[in-house]
Design a protein around this ligand. Sequence first.
Ligand code: ADP
Ligand code: MG
Length: 339
Amino acid sequence: MTTVFAPGRVNLIGEHTDYTGGLVLPMALELGITFSGRADPERLHVVSDGHDDLDVALPLPDRTSAIAAIEPSWGRYLVAVARRLGVSPGIDGKISSTLPAGGTGLSSSTALTCAALLLLGGTGPPLELAKLARQAEIDATGVQIGLMDQAACLASRRDHALLMDCEAVTVSHVAVPESIEVLVVHSGQSRRLADSAYNDRQAACAAVEERIGPLRRATMADVDRLDDPNLRKRARHVVTENDRVMAMVEALGADDPETAGAILTAGHASLADDYEVSTPIVDRMVAALAATDGVYGARMTGGGFGGSLVALCRPGTEPPVDTWWTRARPGAGARIIEA
Ligand code: ADP
Ligand code: MG
């Protein structure tokens, strides 16, 4: 029997920057998915609390469409990982999760994919594994995602956020000082419109880049040259957000919680006003959090339209919310717990 653990993640800053080769700063959580199992040549049989049992006879047909035919659909992540690894998906196993169920945007799908990857024997440098996990997740869902979630899940280090350059595809570890506690708070809204808005914002960024070149190297002077006011707002978010990631790295290095918090709150204003991916409920929650004694700053995190918020606060601060929330320290990346 092998047991592995793969964490969920929260993005501290660097939202909607990944698809234009920008900077992101996620951290792994201590919450995640534990997957225990042993090889089974005849079946893929896995149970997971709160989910329908997976029980599929092997071997599967060789076609790509065999993945989309798997029910319950969460089994697709497992089969997709096995295909990418070139191994049989045969497992007799059990999954348990400490991530909250349903639409909180803490990357449970990536935790599941990366747990399966380790359980099925995936080895190699974390970023190479992350690329494989990303491909598997795309195979399983048909949705073109970036590499941030898989990198955060596999390459994170305890007590550190993960600075990722999405253009160079490199990562480095940024210590999060003890003076800062991270709060992750669910908005109570599941991310309904996120996929369509995501496509729309990607198209807007592509239109911007046709006019002023790569957003990663654009300046505010370039942004001001755009005559379409809508594109100008989208571009301004991306350019200022990349700057906020670097400012956050500096603030964490200087053990400066006030500045770090102010960067989060400014990031939220940019997402709400310029990128227009927030909601009135999320805006009210961010304002209430930011006004709470001990909270240095707060913002929405993830693609938007609901999901979760992240706040930086003095350790021990209670958020004024009645939705699910947790305190979080940056956790380590996915690992084998028992071989
Ligand atoms: P998230 O932001 O949490 O990744 P997604 O919609 O991308 O949200 O992924 C959620 C999907 O991941 C679920 O619908 C399910 O298919 C799978 N999943 C997550 N957690 C589990 C679990 N504990 N057991 C089985 N499947 C899970
Ligand atoms: Mg997901």
